[in-house]
Structures are given as C-alpha cells and as structure tokens.
Design a protein around this ligand. Structure first.
Ligand code: SF4
Length: 495
C-alpha cells in the first residue's frame, strides 16, 4: 500500500465526547484522569494509521491525553513511512518543524519516531536527528511506557525488535481522525513476499495473523458504537491464516488438529460478514499471487462485502514481474481479473504501478499500458521506482532507467489511468446506487460526500440526511474521480 497523508489527533477526542456519550464514557474517565499531553501524527499506509490508534490506546492507559497543539505537547510522536525516499524526506522536514517549536515555545517536549523508518534506521536515527529521544519499531509499541520512563530519566531509548507473534489483538484501538462511520481493523502484520523493491518485510517482519475472535470482538464493538463500515487491514490480507498463533511460514509444523481448524481469509470474511450483516466490509491490501477463488466466491455470496478490490500489479511485463519477485505472470493476473469480473461484473478494481523499475525497456512499459487497457482500472496509485536501501533490488540491480524516462513513463501511465477512471465513472451515470454518507463534501458544504460499494466517491445535496446514513442516490453527472447525484431515499440497509 503506498499512500502518504498527515493526521493530527486533538479535535478527534473532543468531537467524540460530544457525539457518542454512551460509547466513550468509559474512555472519557480514563482520559479525564490523564495529565500528560500527546501529539501524534501518521504518514504512509493505513497500517500506520491503525498502529497510531494502538499507540494512542497504550498511552491513554499511561496518563496521556491527546492534543493537536505541538506547543503544549509533552510528547510528540511521528509514525513514519519508508516506502520511498520522498516519504522519509517528509519526516525529516517535520522533525525540523518540531525543533523550531522546541527551541521557541516548548523546550520540555520529548520527540519519538515510530513505524517503518524507525525500524529501518534503528539507533542511527538518534545520530542523524538530534531532536529524537525515542525510536520504536512497529512491533514494540507495548514497550512505550518503559521506554518513556528511560527518556524521562534523561536517556535516549530504542526498541526495534521485530516479533514472531505480536498482533496487538489485546489492545482496543482509540479511534483517531474518525468520522464515527468507518474504521480500520488490522488482521495481519508483516509480509513474507519479499518483492525486490519493497522495504516492508525488513521493517515489519514476518507474516502473522490475528485471532479471529479478537477481530470479531473489535468489529462487534465498532458496530455497537454506531460504525457502519470496516476495512480489514494487512500488508497482504489474502495470506491471512490463523491456526492458533505463530508465523505463517511455520504452518507446516502445526498439528493436524490445528491445520484442520485453521481459518483462512475467505473463512474470516464469512465470519465477519455473518456477525454484522448490516455492516459494510472492505479489505486492503491484496496480492495477486495469494488471491484465491474462494475469496471471490465469498465476496459474491455476501451482499455486505463491498465489491471492490485494491489489486496492486506494479508492472504489466512478465519479465519485470520476475525481476520484482512477484510470484505471478501477466497472463495469470489477467486470468484473475477475468475470474473476478465473471463472478462480480461490476466489481471496482484499483492498482499500484511502478514506472522505471531497473532494466525496464520501452517494450516492458508498453506491456504495462496494454495491461491497463485490458483491465481499465477505476483508479490507481502510481509512482516512479525509488531505490530503497537494503532491498534485493538495491543490492542486485542497478537503478539504470534515467530519471527523465521514469518521469515520462509515469506521466503516460497516469494519463491512461485518468482516461479509464473517466470511462468507469461514466458507467454509473443514470444509475441509482447505495451511498454511505461519511462527511461534508470538501468542495461544497451543502453537499454530503460518501462512497458506493465500488469505493468511488459520490457527492449530493444534504437535504435531511445525516452522516452514517445509507442513501440511494441517482447519479446525474460525474468527473473522472467523483460521481454527482441526487438522493432519492434511504437504502433498505439504513437502520
Ligand atoms: S506484498 Fe510485496 S510490495 Fe506488498 S508489502 Fe509485501 S513485499 Fe511489499
């Protein structure tokens, strides 16, 4: 997953207190007793946002309230991304900002770095960035209270140990930046796929899955609190496999009983869909090599599992896919798309694409463009190849595609995607679709913004509808990214 976004917590806490007395009352008590102030911001993929909710929960148990003001924070934490060099540069700029605040208005504040960049750099982060007091990897958040006591005693603190079984399944996340309607639920951690361009296996460790019971408890708790949609999260959700705990790669050593009672991703999807039939279910991120027919059948079987799949491919060339260590060919990926479309003809599909991977030729690039023509994705996340230290590609392959060529190819990929996004949104004009209202439209405060099951954004006049309502909307117009319509009534799913 390759998204870079910024989030501050403060307003979230105050807003929740107003809107949902019953649910947060408990939390409120804990928060009310806290005296220390935490400022936390997240970069990168949804896993990092979900992790920041875990961190906020652990620290709310240790005397920290949240603030959105750097100037008053006792502790500032930044959850970092390392997927591209640009993501790391963004974090370094934020540290400069903290330094300015520390020098002027908040000399006592402590600064900590979390996430993938913390795991990649480890204690070197302390040498490179003097403002940093604390470095904590993605599997060590439960150690935060101990590490903070070391910092309070004037020592720097580091814990970047990757775990074989940590899933934070016993931590109830504090919902951050929440609209009270949609939420992330993490189901796996780590990744075993070793794609040659990717740092994730080095920064998040080996794959392990979370106990389905703890996932169901979190989903039921969210439903009780009025949430209407969840996204099951993992670097590679399709290889979810629960057999009593432990690493995915050790499944072969499991007992016959464990193997016989194991829960795979299709099994988990069914459990969640049946537990909350009125709740929308999404999942991210998938890997084509692990995406099985039983998941497609399960999606087609349950109306509340959204017919949308984020299916990164990275390249349309089988030769480049091999260099990337992606365990499928162009043809196998196209067959998977055919299988999805044959069972769910109106399924929304999005992509990740990399331009200019080492040794990529013009012919390979044309293969990428022709694959996009074949699929006509709804939307995508497209980037130039960025060499990441320590990855197989960085060690074995020269970054030999000139920057100008990478840029030109990326531009061509983006243009083709824009054409296809416009083609896909046009397909919805004239139709009446179910929309879950999430927030006020960014562009027009008299309009609501929400999404259809295919994950495309819809805006329409507010009338008497509210956030969290399932509404039937007649689509009257569109742009390449957004559908425009009129509400025609509540959906039967609206309760
Ligand atoms: S599947 Fe590949 S790209 Fe995705 S997180 Fe794993 S190693 Fe990285």
């Amino acid at each position: 997953m390759y998204l870079c976004t910024f989030v501050a917590i403060g307003q979230f806490m105050e807003k929740i207190i107003e809107e949902n007395k019953q649910g947060t009352q408990l939390d409120l008590e804990k928060i009310v007793g806290n005296t220390k102030k935490l400022f936390i911001e997240s970069y990168g993929c949804q896993m990092n946002f979900s992790d920041s909710e875990i961190v906020a929960s652990i620290l709310s148990e240790n005397g920290y309230n949240t603030t959105n003001l750097l100037e008053e924070a006792d502790l500032v934490l930044v959850n970092t991304c390392s997927i591209r060099d640009k993501a790391e540069q963004t974090v370094r700029k934020r540290l400069e900002k903290y330094n300015a605040v520390k020098k002027t208005t908040n000399p006592g504040m402590k600064v900590g770095v979390l996430g993938c960049m913390a795991e990649r750099l480890k204690s070197k982060f302390l040498e490179e960035e003097k403002i940093v007091d604390l470095v904590v990897g993605p599997d060590a958040y439960k150690d935060l209270p101990n590490l903070l006591s070391e910092v309070e005693e004037g020592r720097n603190a580091v814990n970047v140990i990757l775990s074989k079984d940590e899933t934070y399944g016993d931590i109830s996340p504090v919902r951050l930046q929440s609209n009270g309607v949609t939420a992330f639920v993490s189901i796996t951690r780590g990744c075993d796929n070793m794609c040659t361009f990717c740092v994730v296996p080095f920064t998040r460790g080996r794959e392990r899955s979370r106990d389905p019971q703890s996932i169901l408890e979190e989903v039921n708790d969210l439903a009780e609190k009025g949430f209407k949609e969840i996204t099951l999260l993992g670097q590679n959700v399709d290889s979810y496999l629960w057999y009593g705990g432990g690493l995915k790669k050790d499944f072969d050593k499991a007992s016959e009983m464990q193997k016989a009672t194991a829960t795979n991703f299709a099994g988990l999807l069914s459990l969640v869909a049946e537990a909350q039939p009125k709740m929308r279910i999404r999942f991210s991120t998938s890997n084509p090599q692990d995406f099985t027919m039983d998941v497609i059948e399960t999606m087609a079987k349950y109306q509340n599992i959204c017919n949308y799949i984020h299916l990164p491919v990275q390249s349309g060339s089988t030769r480049i896919l091999k260099e990337m260590n992606r365990q499928h060919t162009r043809e196998e990926y196209m067959q998977l798309i055919d299988n999805i479309k044959s069972r769910m003809p109106d399924c929304g599909i999005s992509q990740d694409m990399i331009s200019g991977f080492p040794t990529e030729t013009e012919e390979d690039h044309q293969d990428t463009l022709s694959l996009m023509e074949y699929v006509k994705y709804d939307f995508g996340f497209m980037f130039m190849y960025s060499e990441r230290p320590g990855t197989m590609a960085a060690r074995k392959l020269e970054d030999d595609v000139p920057e100008a060529t990478k840029k030109r190819r990326l531009q061509e990929i983006v243009e083709v995607q824009q054409k296809h996004s416009a083609y896909r949104t046009q397909q919805f004009v004239g139709k009446t679709l179910e929309v879950l209202i999430e927030k006020t439209s960014k562009r027009n405060e008299n309009q609501w913004s929400g999404r259809i099951p295919q994950n495309t954004v819809v805006v329409f006049p507010k009338e008497n509808y509210n956030i969290g309502d399932f509404v039937m909307v007649k689509i009257t117009d569109c742009t390449s990214a957004t559908l425009i319509g009129e509400a025609v009534g509540y959906s039967e799913n609206n309760s």
